[in-house]
Structure formats: C-alpha cells, structure tokens
Write a protein that binds this ligand. Structure first.
Ligand SMILES: Nc1nc2c(ncn2[C@@H]2O[C@H](COP(=O)(O)OP(=O)(O)O)[C@@H](O)[C@H]2O)c(=O)[nH]1
Ligand SMILES: [Mg+2]
Length: 287
C-alpha cells in the first residue's frame, strides 16, 4: 500500500493540485470509507472546493454495517449533502454515479440547454485521503474501455481524462488529500483499518482501541470468533490473553505472545474476519 507522510509543504501542494483543476470540472466526487465516514474526510475540503457541486461517495460499503451506512446517508442528506453508498468492487457503480451526477448538475444542464448549448460530457474529479479506493473507483467507472481521452484543454496545461460509457469524463489523476490526523480518534480509526502506516501509532494502542470498540458495539463477534468471555470490568489484557490462548499465540515458556495476538486481531478486523463493521456511528461525531 502506498503511504504518504503529510507535512505542511505536502498539504499545500495537494491542495493546490485540486484547486488548480476546479475551474475545468463540473463536479467533485468526495470518496469516503463507509466504515469511518468522518475520519476519512479531509478537514479542509469545503474550503478548497467552495461551492463546486459535490457528491459524497461512501465507498467500501461491502465492509461496513449496512444499518449504519443507511444512518450516515440519512444524516448527510438531512444536511443537504448529496451522497451515495457503493462497493467499487462490483459492476453497477457507473449507472448509480451517473444518475446522481445528473441530479446534482440539473441546474447546470438546464442553464446550458436554455443557452442553446449542445449536451456534453460532464467532467468529474475524484478526491479523497489515501486508501479510500480512488484508483479502484476510477478503474471501475472506466470499465473495459480504459482509454484516456487526452488533449482536452485545461487551464494551465493539457489535461487528460478517462472516458466512461456514459457522458461522464474523469480526470485521470485523483486528488489525494490528507485526513484530520491531529485528532486522536481519527488517527486510531485510520490505523485500525490500515489506512495510515502501522508505525505511526503504537500497534498495541490501536489493537486495544479496536478490542474496546468491539467489546462495546459487537461483543458477540469477539465471543464467536475467539470464544471471549467478558469480565465485569473491561480488561483488554484479559481479552488478549483469551485470544492468545485460543489461537495458540505463545512464546517459548508458554507466555502469551502479545505481538502475535495484536497482528492477528488487526488482520481479522481489516480482512472482514470479524464481519462487516462500522467504527464511527452518526452519534459519535459532531458534523
Ligand atoms: N472491499 C472493498 N475494497 C475496496 C473497495 N474499493 C477499494 N477497495 C480496496 O481498497 C484498497 C485501496 O484502494 P485504492 O483504490 O488503491 O485506494 P486509493 O489509495 O484511494 O487509490 C485496495 O486494496 C482496493 O482493492 C470497495 O468498495 N470494497
Ligand atoms: Mg490510488
């Protein structure tokens, strides 16, 4: 996985790359991770794209808790944000996205028709933090005919687009933006799902955060998967011990090998071995 270390210079450049292209596009697709919608947002996107039409796309919906995804969609819709949930690994994404895009761009389409302009292809830019699925999404929309159109004039230079089967062009490079990683909870969510480098946060802390989350929200999953029996008080070490014993994670001498327990647990969380989960509920965050 390609990982980025964000420094102020990188952030300024990332912002500039998006801002530069805004004048030539009709709509921004803001890709989020359905499991952590707010933690996977860029904190400055409103400021960066201003009033450019936007579609919020909750990607990886196949990994998230379906009920929670519906709640997120409802919450965003209530706030006047256009949104949709998709799984970029499946086939019907383009028609869903195109339909939404036309809905959002209706005022523009009507305005252009009134002026006597011909129907045209609309231009979209995909933006999002690393690992939300931007490349996967673009490839999905491009389908088999993944040909770059090339040579449509941009503002400062020639900009190449990727064609789709609908009247929709995608800028070939997505805007890669940074998450709100100064917030501890956000960093923990991103680390838990493997969206930031494993060496940025101590893995034991990340695993304990995940275990606590599951013990609160999905205790049955810990029971089913590892046979965890809960104590009166939440005790993450005790739970790790139980996982370690069940899975035979021991070092010579018989003691629990916590590094192995941690890696095994994080692997299971990230690879759907504990089922579909949403780590950030609409009640958790102020938006
Ligand atoms: N399960 C699932 N995995 C996805 C989806 N979209 C992307 N991925 C996976 O997420 C990882 C990161 O995707 P990528 O497109 O490289 O993210 P980018 O960094 O935003 O370009 C890859 O392993 C993808 O296969 C999705 O909708 N569902
Ligand atoms: Mg990519």
């Amino acid at each position: 996985m390609k990982q980025i270390q964000w420094f102020p210079g990188h952030m300024a450049k990332a912002r500039r790359l998006v801002e530069e292209k805004l004048p030539i596009i009709d709509i921004v697709y803001e890709l989020l991770d359905s499991r952590i919608p707010e933690s996977s947002r860029n904190p400055m996107l409103d400021e960066i794209i201003k009033n450019k039409p936007r579609l919020v796309i909750l990607n990886k919906s196949d990994l998230a808790d379906e009920d929670q995804t519906q709640k997120w969609l409802k919450k965003y819709t209530k706030q006047g944000i256009n949104c949709v949930a998709i799984n970029s690994l499946t086939g019907n994404v383009l028609s869903i996205i195109y339909k939404k895009t036309l809905e959002i761009l209706k005022p523009l389409v009507e305005k252009e028709a009134k002026k006597g302009m011909q129907a045209r292809s609309y231009r979209a830019m995909v933006v999002g933090i690393p690992n939300v699925g931007k490349s996967q999404f673009i490839n999905n929309l491009a389908g088999k005919n993944k040909v770059k159109t090339g040579n449509l004039p941009g503002v400062t230079k020639i900009q190449s687009y990727i064609r789709t089967q609908k009247n929709l062009l995608l800028l070939d490079n997505p805007g890669i933006l940074w998450p709100k990683f100064e917030n501890e909870k956000v960093s923990l969510n991103l680390a838990l799902l493997g969206s930031i480098k494993d060496d940025i946060l101590p893995l034991d802390e990340v695993a304990i955060y995940g275990i606590k989350f599951l013990a609160d929200k999905y205790p049955g999953r810990l029971k089913e998967k590892y046979g965890v029996i809960f104590q009166k008080e939440f005790d993450p070490i005790n739970i790790m011990d139980q996982i370690g014993i069940r899975r035979g994670c021991r070092i010579s001498g018989g003691e629990i090998d916590y590094d192995r327990v941690i890696n095994l647990f994080l692997y299971d969380v990230r690879n759907l071995k504990l089922g579909r989960m949403t780590f950030e509920t609409v009640n958790d965050v102020e938006i």
